[in-house]
Design a protein. Sequence first.
Lengths: 257, 311
Amino acid sequence: MDLEYSSSELMIVNAARLLKNGDVVFVGVGQPNLACNLAKRTHAPDLVMIYEAGVIGAEPARLPLSIGDPTLVSGALSVVSMYDIFANYLQRGNVGVGFLGGAQIDKFGNINATFIGDDYTQPRVRLPGSGGAQEIAAWASRCYIMTPHQKRRFPEKVDFLTSAGYLDRSGSRQKAGLRGRGPVGVVTNIGYLQPELTGELVLTALHPGKTAQEAIENTGWDLKVVEDLRITDPVTEKELQILREELDPTGIYIKSA
Amino acid sequence: MKKTTEMKVSPMSKLTPLAEAISQNVHDGDVVYAAGFTHLIPFASGHEIIRQNKRELVLARATPDLIYDQMVAAGCARKVIFSYMGNPGVGSLRIIRSAIEKNTLEWEEYSHFGMISRLQAGAAGLPFMPMNQTAATDLERANPLIRRIIDPYSGHEVVTVPALNPDVAIVHVQRADENGNAHLWGIVGEQKEAAFAARRLILTAEEIVDESVIRSDPNRTLIPGFIVDSVCHVPFASHPSYAQGYYDRDNDFYLKWDKISQTADGVRSYLDEWIYGVKDRGEYWQKLGSETQKRLSVKPRLSQPVNYGNY
């Protein structure tokens, strides 16, 4: 029997599977938070979740609406200042995985979360801005991006470089002295994109029932498709049950398209 | 624990009613840092600043949060300095966002690390703080205060941000003594850095306790009284933010503000009813009503005591 699930659930489940047991992950609020908590309750019980508010080893008993929810603190391993979390943990190289999102992700995995338009001083649409994303993208050992697969979200080039992907090509990151490998995968509701050697994001997997044509049509650059295109494992009943019953019972993040 | 009312106030006491502390320490045109990353945000002080009709303020905070959205809506601000201008977990800060889009409000922007490094430099008495490069250079171009220097040891470029020394910082804590020696716990964001960086410091506290309570756990004292200018006893000062162990974050209100702030009328009637229409935090908390108070109450979860030893 085919299970029914939302695009959000599909993305969260696939993002969760990217985490390895024992990873130290810098958790973002919303869908990445659900993905990390799902991984911890399934294949990665030893996942160490770090929140940019300064909480290390959080074990949230309820779904935190914000990144600074009190449930993250109670029972955590440690709580440190914001300066410490960015300096000693992220800059020093103690964070393994970062999750990122943004209004625009371009061909080289660069992210814009700052504004839409062509003049910073006259933003057509003003977005929240970097927060910790600029540093997470630079210094976490590896990053994943979660975003719905839409043409306007995947332009050839971002309007503003909030967080560095592979810049204009592979190798540019290393030249700037960044310790992290950059965005190693992009989870969308259609499939999975990974950088090829040049740093260009290409389609390497599709979710069951999706087509490469859908992915191409919803991407703003000429999306390449690898020859040995993989199909992701189907979402399981257990994963959906944890998401719906334990992690997001009111459906704040899993119901959205 | 002894409360203010039961204590004899010493002549050295810095205890001040909040309205007085604001009028003495916050002046038109000041750079204000109301501290607290999601936690312990000093809403009561923000509301008092609005009531006192302060103008032309430069409002600095990593996350402006609803407190600065409200202060901008009330016309208190000339400029905002921030690193994440969103309603955490909800979406946009509609007032600030629209003011920026219409170019009616100046802004200066950093990443979180840049913003916090500015405070750290200010707190440490340094002129600037270096950070490793992130290769996301557009913000360096957009904000000329973000610069680069050559590391004199390695010869590589590092990014720098200038010290931030606010004219006044406002920090809310769980408990303090009448001299301002302050315990805070839970998410400790940037309160300590803001306190040391600022030229004047207003401290508000859920509880005023005897100095012996502070001395019983000195590692928890992040702010020493001698850098504090005014100490104010303001229970529930952080609502709709929260105080770890005292009351929960009012997530419903954060969602509600998203609706309220969709229209000018909605904002005006909120300010009239909940800020101009109440005289202080006590009245505000009463007005919230028992249902909300009950919803935000938290069950205790105590830490294991530590043994400092009797020497």
